[in-house]
Design a protein around this ligand. Structure first.
Ligand code: F6P
Length: 348
């Protein structure tokens, strides 16, 4: 049995831990492992190399992915699927482990329907993959954002400012909600709940009326104004760049500046924005992500042993289990509104 492994979509801490785990468990089961470079792009071009104990040695704590990644969508390329099927055959790959978010897993599911023996492993700092409580990378991103909020706290307090911290989260507010809760944010803005900037200002003013002279607002990059300020004629989302990738996503980032600007204009309080950006996706994974990735890697090979293809590894509570890819793709896991209501208790 020869197992191919790829990582697709945005990178995140914990990918190398997952690669190491698949390779270690596969070698222990008597299988061969092949690394596929740059996600689906590498499979379309047959850019592969053998993975062995030597080239995975020492990668457990390393951020990023030794395989490289891309946002290539084979279904946007003429003959994309055909070239993948031919290359899998050529390379003698009997089973494929695709480590990715919703985009990568959707491609994995299409390939499974085309006859490929696929197993998915969920990763994304956004934590929006359906069918699993957590995805690899989320916990690390939350901890990085929390630490940033803690640091911004002290400077906001010293200067009596409103500090707006923009975190990632294209369609969902998991990072904003978790880091905001952990960091004691006074307002959290998420894509799932379009916000009224006047209400945000009222919350801040209420807080200042009770004697506080600084505030922290955490905003997800994909958060939406209920009524858009007249600054962006192109739509409700504040985007850096309107070009789309092969999965149809625009590049987000910048809403934090707009929120800070509006707060300053409407309340007269001094406001500053900090955009955390890719810092959230870099560096060493937390213990949680290392362990999650390791458990997912072992589970993926167990599923291959059982010939249970077309599944994704999943964590439910603290149990590692599996879920059919058909149930994962075609939608995202939105934030738990009950948890948002817990956060709201601490607004203002
Ligand atoms: O992978 C998810 C994500 O981190 C989103 O939160 C963010 O919008 C996007 O990736 C950024 O992508 P890129 O690395 O292509 O700028």
């Amino acid at each position: 049995m020869r197992i191919g492994i790829l990582t697709g979509g945005g990178d995140c801490p914990g990918l190398n831990a997952a690669i190491r785990s698949v390779v270690r468990k596969a070698l222990a089961s008597g299988y061969e492992t092949i690394g596929i470079k740059y996600g689906w792009k590498g499979l379309m071009k047959l850019d592969i190399y053998p993975l062995d104990l030597n080239n995975i040695s020492g990668i457990l704590p390393r951020g990023g992915t030794i395989l490289g990644t891309s946002r290539t969508n084979p279904y946007k390329h003429p003959d994309g699927e055909k070239s993948i099927l031919e290359n899998l055959e050529k390379a003698g790959i009997d089973a494929l482990v695709a480590i990715g978010g919703e985009d990568t897993l959707s491609v994995a599911y299409k390939l499974y329907k085309a006859g490929v023996n696929v197993i998915g492993i969920p990763k994304t700092i956004d934590n929006d993959v359906r069918g699993t409580d957590y995805s690899i990378g989320f916990d690390t991103a939350v901890n990085i954002a929390m630490e940033a909020i803690d640091r911004i706290h002290t400077t906001a307090e010293s200067h009596n400012r409103v500090a707006v911290v923009e975190v990632m989260g294209r369609h969902t507010g998991w990072i904003a909600l978790y880091s905001g809760l952990a960091g004691g944010a006074d307002v959290i803005l998420i894509p799932e709940k379009p916000f009224d900037i006047d209400q945000v200002c009222q919350i801040i003013e209420r807080r200042h009326a009770r004697g506080k002279n600084f505030s922290i607002v955490v905003v997800a990059e994909g958060a939406k104004f209920k009524v858009e300020p007249q600054v962006d004629k192109d739509g409700t989302l504040i985007v850096q760049d309107l070009r789309v990738d092969e999965f149809g996503h625009v590049r987000l980032g910048g809403i934090g500046n707009l929120v800070a600007d509006q707060i300053e204009k409407k309340t007269g309080m001094e406001a500053r924005a900090t955009i955390l950006g890719h810092i959230q996706r870099g560096g060493v994974p937390t213990a949680f992500d290392r362990i999650l990735a390791t458990r997912f890697g072992v589970k993926a090979v167990e599923l291959i042993n059982e010939k249970k293809f077309g599944y994704m590894t999943s964590i439910q509570g603290n149990n590692i289990t599996e879920i059919e890819l058909s149930e994962v793709v075609g939608g995202l896991k939105m934030v738990d509104i009950e948890l948002f209501e817990v956060a709201e208790v601490f607004f203002g």
